[in-house]
Design a protein around this ligand. Structure first.
Ligand SMILES: [Zn+2]
Length: 442
């Protein structure tokens, strides 16, 4: 693929840098409010144009004005096989330019990095997919099975206007997809110069947003009062916030910890895996939340005047449960909260977990090793959520595999939604080569 430089068209490894740069220059900030989420349509039109240039027709679907999603199908040589869905979101979280070293939407290249909001989350992968497909179309390569490309809106606010909209309203566009690859997996974690673990996402924690409601007797703030809703709520919130739920190792996390302990040469105590996790350095944050259910208070609301005791008070709790743990977790949480607090369910998305085996997983490993002889793929669980949660509703087996080789000293997890988000240019080009090999063998 990168040997196509003799032709008039750019190689995929050159094309990817231009494509990613162009996408980074389109401000697709998702504020969570459709009125102010302006760039998604511009980005989707850009992708449609880049696909049209090589003869690929895209289906564009808007869930609301400007909330644009795009799906395209590349026919494979064996139509009897299930299709592979390759998905990436086009929106990004907002960025405050005053905090950055470069303007977050300038797409600057310096120090070997391409800088900008979305550089790793996830316009890098969007650009890789486009670069590979454009190169294939120009050189007559066809994938072994149908590839369905989905570029989505609204991932950063839960995907209601994006992946969930496609799945609920236009499942025909995803017809026949049996497996999928998308974000937050396939990146490297350097153990030493000869060994890099590539974390492949095979599981995601579930999401449960709850609101706690306390009720009491309203009254005057100057008087003796033993039934205060604010006090009751505050006590419950403090208990939840300080509570540590028990450690539960799912197959994915168990496999990850075994692989990583062996690779790094540390002792793994299954009853206290956090000792081993603490030694992982920058990815400890990413992994630490996957050994137990978590519940973090995020919002408080009560009262309307300084000297009035209100009759009610409420708080929001962001809960993340492990695969298979949702019901047990709610029972445990109910005990921590106590009997007098009402629990309201605001939003729920179930956890995902698949096994780390089969032809697709083998193809990931082979493609990584062909481009990096020191590569060792390991499964891991993401504590957050992605569009995979939507696609899994159609029974699609989802993986996080957006290949990227990273410098050993880069704090990758801090770049997600972080200041000075950037992607190494050579890592991006590595990703294109791996993705090309993988998709040819998938
Ligand atoms: Zn993302």
């Amino acid at each position: 693929m990168s040997s196509q430089s003799a032709s008039a068209h750019p190689s995929a490894t050159d094309d990817v840098v231009e494509l990613c740069r162009d996408l980074l220059r389109i401000d697709t900030s998702n504020t969570g409010d459709t009125e102010t989420s302006a760039g998604e349509r511009v980005a989707a039109e850009y992708v449609a144009e880049k696909l049209a240039e090589v003869g690929v027709e895209a289906h564009v679907r808007e869930s609301a004005p400007g909330r644009t999603n795009l799906v395209a199908r590349i026919p494979g040589t064996d139509p009897s096989r299930g299709a592979l869905l390759v998905h990436g979101h086009l929106d990004v979280v907002p960025a405050d330019a005053s905090e950055w070293s470069v303007h977050p939407f300038s797409g600057e290249i310096s120090d070997g990095y391409l800088w900008g909001r979305g550089a790793i989350d996830m316009k890098d992968f969007d650009a890789m997919v486009l670069a590979v497909v454009r190169n294939w179309q120009r050189t007559g390569v066809r994938p072994p099975r149908d590839l369905v490309l989905a570029f989505t809106a609204d991932e950063e606010a839960g995907g209601e206007y994006g992946a969930h909209f496609l799945v609920d309203r236009h499942p025909d566009l995803l017809d026949g997809c049996t497996e999928a690859i998308g974000e937050v997996g396939g990146f490297s974690y350097s153990v030493n110069s000869d060994l890099r673990l590539y974390l492949i996402e095979t599981a995601e924690k579930g999401l449960e947003w709850l609101r706690l409601h306390a009720r009491g007797r309203p009254g005057h703030g100057s008087m003796v009062h033993d039934d205060n809703a604010v006090t009751a709520l505050a006590e419950a919130v403090a208990r939840v916030g300080r509570h540590r739920f028990p450690i539960v190792l799912t197959p994915t996390v168990q496999a990850f910890l075994e692989e990583v302990s062996e690779a790094i040469g540390i002792e793994l105590d299954p009853t206290d895996p956090e000792l081993a996790i603490a030694k992982l350095g920058p990815i400890a944050n990413l992994i630490g939340a996957t050994v137990r259910n978590t519940a973090n208070p995020t919002r408080l609301a009560a009262g309307y005047k300084d000297n009035v005791i209100p009759s009610r008070a409420s708080a929001t709790i962001d809960c993340r449960s492990l695969p298979g743990q949702a019901e047990i977790f709610l029972e445990q949480l109910r005990e921590v909260v106590g009997p007098d607090i009402e629990i309201e369910h605001i939003q729920r998305q179930p956890a995902l977990e698949t096994s780390f085996d089969g032809d697709l997983v083998n193809a990931m490993g082979a493609a990584l090793r062909a481009e990096d002889p020191g590569a060792r793929p390991v499964p891991y669980m993401l504590s957050g959520g992605t569009d995979a949660k939507a696609f899994a509703k159609l029974g699609i087996r989802c993986f996080g595999f957006a290949p990227l080789r990273l410098p050993a000293d880069l704090n990758f997890s801090a770049l997600f939604h972080g200041i000075d988000e950037r992607v190494p240019v050579d890592g991006l080009q590595f990703g294109v080569r791996v993705l090309d090999r993988f998709l040819r063998q998938s």
